[in-house]
Design a protein. Structure first.
Length: 124
């Protein structure tokens, strides 16, 4: 059984997809749908750094002033204390990078660490 696949060349990436069909007409429609979906995706989001994401994230915050202060403080700590050898590009950041950042707060109160975890998860 022959399966049709597609290879799309986009700026800075190559995308290969299995189209899950043997019918050429159906494959063409599926490829057109896939291309349309790709056009809806903003490729510049994949180039975001921690700093650029923090700017847009902090602008969108709302709520009680005390909570906003805690979130801003956590984000400033994240930017200041982020491990030097960890990536700063959002798509490359992994759970282990966040865990290494949190180890710097191991001696702090449990409630502080828990609030850092919850605010950092909102950030990412």
């Amino acid at each position: 059984m022959l399966r049709l696949s597609s290879l799309l060349l986009r700026p800075r990436q190559q995308i290969r997809r299995l189209l899950e069909t043997n019918d050429l007409a159906h494959a063409r429609r599926a490829l057109a749908d896939f291309k349309r979906d790709l056009d809806l995706v903003d490729l510049l989001l994949s180039l975001r750094t921690l700093e650029s994401h923090a700017e847009t994230f902090l602008e969108t915050l709302s709520g009680a002033e005390s909570i906003l202060y805690n979130i801003r403080h956590t984000i400033s700590c994240l930017l200041k204390d982020w491990p030097k050898d960890s990536p700063r590009m959002l798509p490359k950041i992994r759970k282990s990078d966040c865990e290494r950042w949190l180890t710097k707060y191991a001696g702090r109160a449990t409630s502080t660490v828990n609030s850092h975890i919850s605010y950092a998860s909102r950030f990412f």
